[in-house]
Design a protein around this ligand. Sequence first.
Ligand code: NDP
Length: 332
Amino acid sequence: MPTTAREIHLASRPQGWPTPDDFRTVEVQLPDPAAGQVLVRNTFMSVDPYMRGRMNDVKSYVPPFALDAPLDGGAVGEVVATGSDDVAVGDTVLHQAGRRTHALLPASAVRRLDVSRAPATAYLGALGMPGLTAYVGLTRIAELREGDTVFVSGAAGAVGSAVGQIARQLGAAKVIGSAGTAEKCAWLTDELGFDVALNYKDSPIGRQLRGHGPVDVYFDNVGGDHLEAAIFAMADFGRIAACGAIADYNADAPVPGPRNMMMFVSKRLTLRGFIVTDHADAAGEFYRRAGAWVADGSLKYQETVVDGLDHAVDAFLGLHRGDNTGKMLVRL
Ligand code: NDP
């Protein structure tokens, strides 16, 4: 019997900040799964900054979203019908066909989750792609060493909150984070064990960072003023992991680069960009270690949940405004 599903399509390519008119909700009928397929009722979908880049028609590390087609993205859900011997009705699975209430997928495109270890939503956050991004950025890109001072921007977000805590687990001596509200900063220091949390909206981040360095590792989620401030604060031979530049994502013209690039020479700095999907081979090691950290409370996480597919666009815009603490999710 066909299943009625609702999906969010990209109606037009946003210029600058997206608006609700750039999206359309479409109802479709999904057939029962054929042999080798599964039908998943999505329960939560991930809301991620990288989705903004995919709305532009530009060549990048992933193809742009097509117009008038469902948007995708990480999601978890429950299998409600199956044509596969490997995946059973009732299994909780992770997959990439979010932004819709139901997804019909090849069984090979879903990963069964162990929900006795952690709730399904954790696999979209601390135990999922954002957590792996933090781990890879610290270990492989910034080559974190014991005793390092680490600064992370976007520190109260999904990636940033994992960065600070994982850095501590891996031997960082001092962890500094920046975030956009006093409540987020209090969460970082009072609950996650950051040594210093700076509210970048209080006064220029460069001025606030002075006196807390020198910084050995900067994990950059923001770009813009944060990157320039970090370069000023870096120790000689410091390493910068370029993970994202959310300050630029909704700009309608190119954002100027840091004005202090000569410091790369004088301080002998390294900046290296990375994309987490190039590091799938680190996933096994990460899940093993992060699972233990979550279990013993040394990797804590928070979720901000928006209810309903109809509010998915609000959640996406809210993510860019800083409405989330920890991982931004939509409950479906
Ligand atoms: P977050 O959970 O961190 O959410 C985004 C946060 O960015 C907001 O909550 C907001 O918090 C902050 N923000 C928004 N605008 C600005 C601004 N102008 N200046 C400073 N902070 C701002 O998202 P994720 O953890 O999912 O992603 C964090 C970063 O990591 C992004 O840049 C993303 O693109 C990148 N990323 C990169 C990957 C890779 O493979 N390289 C993989 C996954 C993510 P606040 O209130 O503090 O402003």
